[in-house]
Each structure stands twice: as C-alpha cells, then as structure tokens.
Design a protein around this ligand. Structure first.
Ligand code: 9PG
Length: 785
C-alpha cells in the first residue's frame, strides 16, 4: 500500500509530499522546488511560472493565494496544489497547479491565465517550469561543461541524442518553428516535448516533459553555462478573450532515479494521458522504398509478394507496404501513374489474396505546387504573413505546401481520401508521411488554432477516414502530439545502404569525417535515434526504427555494419520492416531478417544513453519461459577498433555470443571484448550458472532463446534435459546447454539421434528446425564418471 500524499504549510508557502518527492512552493512568486527524498537531490531552489503576451513584458506571479484539494486523474490519486495570483492592473488571473500522486515519483504542473480585461490579448508562451535567476539557478555537483543533456527532436527524423554541456545543439529546420530559435550557442539546447539534464558527478537527473500535447508545442530549453532550464509551451499568438482561460500543457517534472527510469515513467504517463494505441503485437512487413524508391513498379511489388509467399516459414511478416511512387502527384493520391497499370485496388487484392495486409504510403499533409488538388484549392495551405504559401518541404523537384488543418474543407477531403484508400481500394495499413507539413508556422484559416491543434485536427480527420481497426504508421511526424492517433511511428531519420553520408570529396580522404549530430539519411543516424528513442516503444505506439537492409547489391554496408543494424533493430523490439529486392538477397542474408521475426515483446534499454551521443550498451532483461536471463548488445560506434565492456549484475554467468555462435565461458563482474572492429557489435546472452543441467542460449533469433524456446525442463531421475523448440527465427541454429557436472551422452531431436559438439561445461548441438520440435539431451550422473 503506497502511502498517500501529505501536505502542509511551510515558512514560505504550502508543500506536498509523497514517499519519493517533496514539493515546496512559495507564495511570493508561485515558484516550486523539488526534493528527491532518497539523498536530497534538489536541482533548483526556485522554478517559476510566467506568461508572455505579445509585445509585453513577461508577467509572473506575485502574492499568491493557495488551495489544496484531493485530486484524481489517469495517473492516479493524489493532491492538487493551486497557486493563484491576480494582476489587477492588467485584469489577469494567473494560476499554477501542481499535482502530486500517491504512487508516482514525479509531479505534474501546468500554468493558466484567465482574462478579466476588456480587450483580447495575444499570447506567445506560458513558461511552466523555469529556473529563476539567482537562487533558482541549477545547482549540480559537476561543472556545467560536464553536464549531459538529452535532447529530443521535434519530429520523426529529427536528431535525438544526449549532448555535453559545452556542445553545440542542432537546429530544427525552418520554417517549422516560430519564433525561429536563435542560432545555438555552446551549451544551449532546445529539446522538444521532453528534456533530461544529467549530472555525471552525482549520477542524479532532472526530467521535464509534456504529458499532454493537444494544443501547444512544448520545448524544454537548457542553458548549461547559464545554469538554467525552461519548460515552456508556445502559444502561437492565439488570443485570450475577456472571460476566457487558457491552460498550458501539463508538464511532468521528475528528480528521482536514473534518466532511463525517468524516460520510461514519462513515456508511461504521456501514453496514459493521451490514450496511446499500442498494437497487441508489434508488426513486421516488407516496404518498397529503400530498394526501388520512386521508380517502383507494379511488377516489383508482385515479385516481392511472390517471394514472401514462397518463404512464409522463413519470413513470417504480415504487411506488404507500397511506398512513394504510385501516385500522379503529391496531393493527387487517387490518380495513379502508368507504373501501376492495374490500379491500386487490384494490387491490394493481390496482396490480400496472398495472405498479407496491404499497406500504402501517402504524404497527406503536403500539396505539391504542381498538383491538381492545390490548383483547385489554393486556400487549403498554410500561408505566410504576406499571403504566399509556406514551403513545408522541397522534394520531388518541386515545392510542397503544408495543409491547413483548421480548414473544414481540407479536413473533409482528408477523411474522404482515406475512406477511398482503405474502404475503396482495400488498404488496411497506411504509412502517412511528411506529417509535419500540417504543423509548420504560418497563418491558418482559423486564427484561434495553433500548430498542434491544426495538426491534431488533420490527424483526427485521417483516423476518421481510416477507421479504428486499421493500422496507421506515422512518419515525418510530431512526437508527443501524435500519441493516441498512431499505432506505429517512425522514430528516426531514413536508413540508407551506407554507414554515413559522405560527399565525393569526403570519401577521398584517408579517414572518414566524424559523424555530425545533424547527419541525416544513414544507417548510423537511424541507429542513433533507434537507441535514443527506445523508451517510446509500446508506451506511445510501436516504434518503427526504419527498415532493415541486408542485401549485398546496391549497398556499401559491410557485414559488420549490417549485423549492427540488425542487432539494434532487433533488440529495440521495434517494427521489423525489410526493404530489399528479396529475389536478390543471398540466403545467409535472408537469415538476418528471419532472426528478427517475430520482434521481441519489449525494448532493450540504452544503459549509457546520457553518457555519449551514441549509446554503446543496449541491454534487456529477458522474460521468455526458458531463454537466457539477460541480453547485452555491445556496439563499437567509433571509426577505430576499440575494446568493449559492460559491468554485469551480481553472480556467475554462462555467456554466449550470437554472431560468432560461441560460448565465452563463465563471466563475473565484467563482460569484455578486446579490439572490436569499427561499427561492429557483440550480442551476448547470459544464463546463470546453476547446479543443474540447463539451456544457456540459442542462435536462432536475436532473443537467443527468448522466443524460439517454448519450454525447458530438467528431469534428474531420467537424467534428461528436455528443450521444446519453437519455430521462431531462422531454422539453422546452435543450441548451447550447461551440464552442471553431469556427463552428456546423447542428444535426440524429435527422437532422432544428433551429434553433440564441444567439450567441458557448456556444449552445443547444431540443428535445423522448421517446426516445433523436442530436443532431448541425455546425461550420466556425476557419480558414474
Ligand atoms: C518516400 C520516403 C520514404 C521514407 C520516408 C521519407 O528531405 N527529404 O527530401 C526527404 C525525402 C525522403 C524522406 C525524407 C526526407 O523519406 O522517411 O521512409 O517513405 O519519404 O518519399
């Protein structure tokens, strides 16, 4: 039974407390100070709230009244503290709420403003949690240059990673944000939705993040040299009318535990408050884009469909998704080009007849300047102050404008479009792309809308047309504001059949240039976001880490790099989308796809997320009925060979490495690999050393037994270890088992005697299994030796 929230009145104002956290407030400025009760971490003495109206000075709180009430919402029961200040000369009432829950280690705060003035007021921002100057400045044990900042990008493709307190942030591409952020200076960061500040010396961290995102863009700014943090909602200049109240989004503030724990809790809270749709199982499929690009033809789709049909057992995917390339123009989705002569309904029915879910790509919030839709409805796009349409994306050799989600006709068009694509043509899976097009800064039909409201309205119109049962995969999408609409979401930039994008000139250098934070389009940057956003998976939606590319033609990826890409996607538990021309993939490369099917039920955790830009340790506590206890992915993201190591949980472990299919011996304290090649990885299964013969690991699937082993039982009377093998992963596999002093004498696969390999404590069998099978190992007891 968690104790309930308590509250009281301190010297400066009221406080709330639960078993993890104490929130102290001040009535003179409505500031709050959070104290973690395990160790007393208090990053700031005063975090204030304030309002920014257009062309006016910032308005803060003075001399607050307060109120404390019992509270209950989707996050549970607790108490709600409200601080209220009147600014009589302006006719404004400011409110700040702080909710503390009985069973949550964080608090949730928001700020609101009510107008009793005679005239409307244009609002630019509500600052919801901002460290005050002077005593409010962030007090951490490390020097600001040593702080680490987790920075989330504003949309699917945007760089997400941790930075050091003296690094330079990346910019979000204009014209998406207004006001445009200032050019970054060292140590100054603007993170979207959520940000984490980590103090390496004390290993403490502070997370601030929006747990609702239906109205406003929320940014968390951290300025390390200035020792400040500001979590604020951008109000896009909407007007506050006399008598009206406007509330900010709700911002969770967490000072308890590790950054990964905080991000997991934050994701859970955001998912709950926004009604996340998480599919029962994470889907897998094939996508046409990364081999065929816009040149894709009907025949390319059919050939790959036939290949999948012929390899159902090896490649058990559900979806066949046609990407960009079938449509007449961006915006003219229902007119199909000559490369799809039988039309889109016909090919959907072919896909369905073969037993797959038909999937299709659209960029529904973009209208190309050349499109018939734009020509007929020039008033449907977002415009600049001068009336010119705002270019959301230059692509396909033309300008593309952003759809105005506040325009009722545009919304009706969207719903009808998706009714036709889904009910008419027969697609049950839609990848909707370049969605930020509806969230760009600019003028919209309804002056009371905001970027996020217009974006949500457009998304809701799509969902209405698609229906509630079908799958929507977002792409180029806002993050928090999309929760509750998507079933899946792309969480990184486009993968590519090369490790890092290098210009011709850069390629001729003796050493590759180092990666840059804003590198897009590469295996490396897709991997970086997959690691850094793994906490979103199955909390907000199913993560789409982008496609796995395993081919040997039209690729510059080495085998090491391909395995690293597969390992990160696999351990992330995210959607598994293959995007090769399958006919051309050698069989040992097809096995890489098989090894990720089906996806793991949960994501691994990037343990060193806040330590470096690309985490090198991706670890998962496994939970299969019989598989290994733990999976450890170790990655060398350097451009030189490097030693890799990871501390181990207490105990003695049998360790097996996946890609070498090798038993590493009994490990304790640390797992280490000397001189791992650049961009290579090691994936290790750990099974506790025990007193009885037991399964250690397999090499069929990235889970190394988590999904491909259905059962495992040791029968001491019969001297038999019985391992039930499930048909997951590739059929060719090595199964490692520990003898615990007993002497293995025979191995039987479904009653057939097979060869036992190896010597010593852990041995193995090399087998090929295409259906559920029983592996029996017979032992002589230790005494008979
Ligand atoms: C189809 C592709 C694929 C891919 C998406 C998205 O900046 N750009 O010009 C740009 C072009 C393509 C792109 C992203 C950015 O990729 O992520 O999976 O669907 O569109 O055009």
């Amino acid at each position: 039974m968690p104790e309930a929230v308590s509250s009281g009145l301190g010297r400066n104002g009221p406080w709330l407390q639960n078993r993890w956290l104490r929130v102290e407030s001040r009535q003179d400025d409505a500031s709050v100070s959070l104290v973690a009760l395990d160790g007393g971490f208090r990053p700031t003495e005063r975090a204030t709230a304030s309002m920014q109206a257009r062309a006016q000075a910032r308005l803060g709180f003075e001399h607050c009244d307060y109120d404390i009430q019992p509270h209950e919402d989707a996050l549970g029961r607790g108490r709600l503290l409200t601080l209220i200040a009147r600014a009589p000369r302006r006719g404004l009432i400011l409110r700040r709420e702080v909710a503390l829950y009985d069973a949550m280690p964080f608090c949730v705060t928001r700020a609101g403003v009510t107008s009793e003035a005679a005239a409307p007021l244009a609002l630019d921002a509500l600052h919801v949690f901002e460290t005050a100057a002077g005593r409010g400045r962030l007090q951490l044990a490390s020097r600001p240059a040593d702080w680490r900042i987790y920075r989330n990008g504003w949309q699917s493709w945007a760089p997400t990673m941790s930075f050091g307190g003296a690094d330079l942030d990346v910019r979000s591409a204009p014209p998406v944000l207004a006001p445009e952020p200032p050019a970054p200076s060292p140590g100054s960061f603007a993170s979207d939705d959520v940000g984490v500040l980590y103090d390496p010396s004390s290993a403490r961290s502070l997370l601030a993040g929006a747990v609702t995102a239906r109205d406003f863009v929320t940014q968390v700014a951290v300025d390390a040299p200035g020792r400040s943090m500001d979590a604020r909602c951008l109000l896009d200049g909407i007007t506050l009318d006399p008598g009206e109240t406007i509330w900010s989004e709700r911002i969770a503030v967490d000072v308890v535990g590790t950054p990964n724990e905080q991000l997991a809790r934050y994701g859970d809270a955001l998912g709950r408050l926004m009604g996340a749709r998480v599919p029962a199982t994470t889907p897998a499929g094939w996508c046409s884009w990364y081999y065929f690009f816009t040149q894709v033809t009907e025949d390319d789709i059919l050939r790959n469909l036939r290949f999948l049909e012929g390899h159902r057992r090896e490649l058990p995917v559900q979806t066949v998704q046609i990407d960009d390339g079938y449509q007449a123009d961006i915006g003219d989705w229902l007119t199909v080009n000559e490369k799809f002569p039988h039309g889109m309904a016909w090919i959907a029915s072919e896909i369905r007849r073969a037993g797959y879910t038909p999937g299709i790509w659209l960029a529904p919030f973009l209208l190309a300047e050349s499109s018939k839709t734009y020509a007929a409805h020039p008033d449907w796009v977002v415009r600049a102050e001068d009336g010119a349409p705002v270019v959301a994306q230059h692509n396909w050799q033309r300008r593309n404008f952003g759809l105005d989600g506040s325009h009722p006709e545009a919304l009706t068009w969207l719903t009808g479009l998706f009714q036709q694509v889904c009910d008419g043509w027969g697609y049950d899976y839609v990848k909707i792309d370049f969605l930020f097009g509806a969230a760009i800064a600019g003028r919209r039909q309804d002056p009371r809308t905001t970027r996020v409201r217009a974006y949500r309205a457009a998304l809701d119109a799509v969902r209405l047309g698609v229906g509630h049962q079908r799958f929507i995969l977002g792409c180029g999408a806002l993050m928090a504001p999309s929760v509750g609409v998507f079933d899946g979401n792309r969480i990184g930039p486009d993968v590519a059949p090369f490790w890092r994008f290098l210009t011709h000139e850069e390629r001729s250098q003796p050493r590759p240039r180092p990666r840059a934070a804003d590198d897009g389009l590469s295996a490396e940057s897709a991997i970086r976001n997959t690691l850094a956003r793994s906490w979103m998976h199955r909390r907000l939606w199913a993560n789409d880490p982008d496609c796995l590319l395993v081919r040997t033609d039209r690729t510059k990826l080495t085998l090491d790099e391909t395995r690293t890409l597969a390992s990160v996607i696999g351990l992330s538990g995210g959607m598994m989308l293959a995007s090769d021309d399958l006919d051309r993939v050698p069989s040992e490369r097809l096995e890489l796809i098989s090894m990720l099917l089906p996806p793991l039920p949960r994501s691994a955790v990037p343990v060193d997320l806040l330590d470096r830009d690309m985490p090198g340790r991706f670890e998962l506590e496994a939970e299969g009925p019989a598989g290994p206890a733990r999976l450890v992915g170790l990655f060398n993201f350097d451009d030189d060979a490097r030693d890799l190591s990871a501390p181990l949980p207490t105990g003695r472990w049998h360790a097996v490495e996946l890609w070498d299919a090798r038993y590493l011996g009994v490990v304790e304290h640390t797992l280490s690999f000397p001189r791992v090649a650049p961009h290579a990885c090691r994936v290790v299964a750990l099974a506790p050393v025990s007193g009885e013969p037991a399964l250690v690991a397999t090499t069929a699937h990235i889970g190394m037994g988590a999904l491909d082993v259905a059962s495992c039982a040791w029968d001491p009377d019969a001297g038999r270890l019985r391992i039930g093998l499930a048909p997951a992963g590739r059929s060719r596999r090595r199964v490692f088992f520990a003898s615990a002093g007993w002497a293995p004498v025979e191995a039987l696969l479904d009653g057939e005697r097979i060869e036992l390999s190896g010597a010593g404590e852990v041995r193995w069998v090399d087998i090929t299994v295409e259906r559920a099978s029983l592996l029996g190992i017979g032992f002589d007891p230790p005494s008979r030796r």
